[in-house]
Design a binder for this molecule. Structure first.
Ligand SMILES: Nc1nc(=O)n([C@H]2C[C@H](O)[C@@H](COP(=O)(O)O)O2)cc1CO
Ligand SMILES: [Zn+2]
Length: 159
């Protein structure tokens, strides 16, 4: 039997496609607790940056040099054993890995809503829109609210 000659219509949307790529990227993360992925897309619907959360480059991650835990205690050498001191967020990595000098107006798809530090980067690089998959609900320190405020004030669409 020959295949159909008319086009297939039941395909995934651009939004599903780019968020799907962000979700796939998150699966590279070695964080035992939370895996996040981010995908930056330009106005021509080309992917210009990908990232997931992990420790900085060139630090071997198989011999526990840095902690994956969230303790406020210090180890024998006086280093606080909290991953937050070391992890590069998915959004930051997607920006650092960008393939294009100028990402003004681009859209970032992220599997988790951005923190205030990543929001600062998103503002500085003048992205136009941030689309998140899951929203961070716990916000004791006000990081996510601060991120939203920056997006609002900078005119960055946030959905
Ligand atoms: N938007 C985000 N992008 C990220 O890459 N992360 C990373 C940082 C940590 O590696 C992990 C959060 O760990 P936990 O607090 O749920 O155990 O996710 C976290 C957030 C939330 O702000
Ligand atoms: Zn962040």
């Amino acid at each position: 039997m020959k295949g159909s000659e008319s086009k297939k219509n039941d395909i995934i949307s651009w939004e599903e496609y780019f968020m799907g790529v962000a979700l796939l990227s998150s699966r590279r993360s070695k964080d035992p607790n939370t895996q996040v992925g981010a995908c930056i897309v330009n106005k021509f619907k080309r992917i210009v940056g990908l990232g997931y959360n992990g420790f900085p480059d060139n630090i071997p991650d198989n011999d526990n040099k840095l902690p994956w835990g969230k303790s406020s205690e210090k180890d024998a050498e006086g280093y606080v054993q909290h991953k937050g001191l070391y992890v590069c967020h998915a959004e930051m990595n997607a920006i650092v890995n960008k393939l294009s000098v100028d990402i003004t107006g681009c859209t970032m798809y992220t599997t988790l809503s951005p923190c205030n530090e990543c929001a600062k980067l998103i503002c500085q690089l003048r992205l136009g829109k941030v689309v998140y998959y899951e929203r961070k609900t716990e916000d004791k320190e006000g990081k996510y609210k601060a991120a939203e405020k920056m997006f609002k004030e900078a005119g960055i669409e946030w959905v």
